[in-house]
Ligand binder design. Sequence first.
Ligand code: NAG
Ligand code: NAG
Ligand code: NAG
Ligand code: NAG
Ligand code: NAG
Ligand code: NAG
Length: 491
Amino acid sequence: MAAILRLAVLFSALGLGYSLYIDGCPLYGCRPSGSFSFYLQVPRNNVSINWETQFVFDAVPKGLGCVSDSVNIVCPSNGPFSTDTGYMSLYNTNGTIRWRDTVLKFPTLPMIDNYGDVTGSDGLNLVHYDCDGKTYPIIKCYGLKPMFNMQLVGTMYLLLVSEQGGLVVRETNAIPVAEIFLNDTIQRTNGTFLPISQPVVNGQRFYLLTEFVPEIDEFDPSILNLQRLYAIDVNNRPANIMTIAWCYDFEMERSDDNFESTIATRENKIKHIADSIQGQQNVLWNSNTGSVYVALPPPYLSKSITQRSFWGFRDAGDSPALSIRSDLDVIHMATFEADTSDDEKFHSINSDNDMWIATSDVKLSSVKLDGKISRTIDVAALVGADVTMTSSLVLVRENDTDNDVLIFGANITKPSNSPLLRSIGVNLASKNFVLAIDTSAGKLLWVFSVPDDYEVKGQISGFSGASYRELDQLIFYMENSKKTAKILSIH
Ligand SMILES: *[C@@H]1O[C@H](CO)[C@@H](O)[C@H](O)[C@H]1NC(C)=O
Ligand SMILES: *[C@@H]1O[C@H](CO)[C@@H](O)[C@H](O)[C@H]1NC(C)=O
Ligand SMILES: *[C@@H]1O[C@H](CO)[C@@H](O)[C@H](O)[C@H]1NC(C)=O
Ligand SMILES: *[C@@H]1O[C@H](CO)[C@@H](O)[C@H](O)[C@H]1NC(C)=O
Ligand SMILES: *[C@@H]1O[C@H](CO)[C@@H](O)[C@H](O)[C@H]1NC(C)=O
Ligand SMILES: *[C@@H]1O[C@H](CO)[C@@H](O)[C@H](O)[C@H]1NC(C)=O
């Protein structure tokens, strides 16, 4: 009974329907829309280490990062013991372990509700802990190995995506209520559209990027590599709970291009999808523009498409209206989403709210509703050295009217080449940094040398310290070349 109530609390606290209050970055993408943004009093000067974990653990596969709110900080762990491959909850004061989950094996990022309760899954089990680590009954998941994190849809539903392409919706009491497969016949070949993105949510609707996997053992990838964006509704009714609202097909490669034909195997394609997708952001829903944005990866074994492309669609309800189609090699996206996004007043204040994209050459561009780029911040030019982004991008604001600050982990190959870095006195012997960009000025707010030159990876999250009379913290996952990992808090 307790588990049921607690899950209900989780949903009503995080749900979009009413009293939305998301504090920090409590799930993958920070919000169900995948906005990668949260409120934080950004450290402005004298940025320093608050704590770093002192215990040894190994790099977590795919370096997903952490989730946190002002009650809890939770990260996937990997060691030191073989049972330590689930979640660990850390004290915000000193980064020591508050409790560990010993049930899950390499789960995706969990969700934290406003009470600090944690829900997560590795595809075999669904677990729920209260903020002190007390376990609620473990729920077995059959035939379900989510390749992505779970997602909240509306206020009542938990969505899980299985490795075979089944989409399962569970109610607040964790009972499965609906399952659909995205099966179709493409060029007379039966197959399934498998997810290649984290689902992102707009009210009762979610968007999922998929790629066709034929049910035959061998096929020509250029003929059967169709990628498709689905908009799927989760309806509050007893039957027909999940319905497809619309889908959009990204055009296929032509098979008569002058290339040798290759053969792909179903097994390898499924393995490729499973290996490459977790923790990668491909889709974002922006409620300010009523649009869904897609950073489309090249299809598996594509002969002619080798780069990502960037797409935008206004959701017209029962169909998509293509608004952006560009060759930009977008690797991350972030947009500010206010807590009061359902409020009319908000729209008038923030109608010029842009979204930010990061391209592989580490240019940060602000994109307007119609896809026009209003400005670009060239990070390598700002720094005066070659820069690579190592983590996801995150956007923070102190309040709704504050300016966007963009934060990410960066690898700077020759920091000593940069007059700027030499002048501000960072550690020129290290290559790994955290950069904060003040977008209003188009300037670096600060550059922080990561201790011991660990590389920052995965999602960056935040912890509000107001109720503890402490500074707000930024939380990072980082690892070194020997595959040892640490969690770092700066303030
Ligand atoms: C900067 O941080 C250091 C170490 O935390 C502290 O000793 C110093 O007083 C701070 N300086 C300012 C100007 O806040
Ligand atoms: C870390 O902080 C927690 C709570 O603030 C405290 O209970 C614990 O003793 C601290 N651990 C160490 C090693 O300081
Ligand atoms: C859809 O595809 C899955 C996986 O390939 C298969 O198990 C299932 O039977 C298919 N469902 C339908 C309705 O064809
Ligand atoms: C494809 O699926 C349809 C309907 O599920 C079925 O009738 C047909 O026989 C299948 N074709 C092949 C080639 O398996
Ligand atoms: C919002 O944050 C900015 C930047 O820190 C601050 O200057 C401003 O006073 C804040 N506004 C409100 C209404 O709190
Ligand atoms: C930094 O990036 C370069 C280029 O991607 C890579 O070769 C190098 O190994 C990275 N260095 C570190 C310390 O991560």
